[in-house]
Design a protein around this ligand. Sequence first.
Ligand code: DGL
Length: 276
Amino acid sequence: MTTRASSPVGIFDSGLGGLSILRHIRAQLPHEHLVYVADTGFAPYGDKPEHVVAERSLAVTRFLVEHGIKALVVACNTATISAVKLLRERFPDMPIVGVEPGLKPAAAATRSRKVGVLATERTLAGEKFLRLRDQVAEGTQTTFLLQPCRGLVERIEDGDAEGTMTLLRRYVTPLLEQGADTLVLGCTHYPLVKASIEHVAAEAGHAHATLVDTGEAVARQLGRLLEAGGLLRAPQATAPATLEAWTSASATALASAFDVLLGMTPPVHETTFDAP
Ligand code: DGL
């Protein structure tokens, strides 16, 4: 018999970014079945109007709900800022965890009281984000320097190392030159190129800049919500946790990214996420 606790957790992003969250979920909650969605055919989300991202997030969530998920992780800052409120209204009985740029941990870490925030244009223009920024800035006397990183998600999706470095130099170096000693990775794609960001910071003479991402905290919050709802799956020696993935672009490309980035080889399927 399938109980709710044995149902999978759904995780989605516009592409590969959510893998930076999935790796923490797998590490912290190794007994959970996971279904991952990469909406790569519709990426990037970050340069699209808020209502477009919200509608698309709803379509992907419906797809996951039809696949029987017990909880959802919106593993994308852009989709969280644009759609998490709507998703919670539409699916009030399902635990939903979003991802937001880690402004509070960054404010706790900075010594210069200047923090650079790297994110998509859509995230940095979102009302929900700006409210959080104002609240944390006022409460902690921190200046947040906002840097929209146009084009970076596409370079990371394409595995274009040179193009990624060029854009990182353009976006990261000025923040450090303005006195930021802490950088918020406000898009789930960016932790995937953390080593390149560290390299650019070192080149600019700021090797000790602190990088903040919230993947571990998101996995912890998911664990808390599953526990509170009696939804944690018990370990089963005969039925190990499964992982399955869906994409709106190439299954071969997503399968290769899972292998290269996480050393995982789940079955990957293609679909459009449009309503039938
Ligand atoms: N990983 C998404 C985020 O966290 C990228 C959004 C995009 O597709 O532009 O914002």
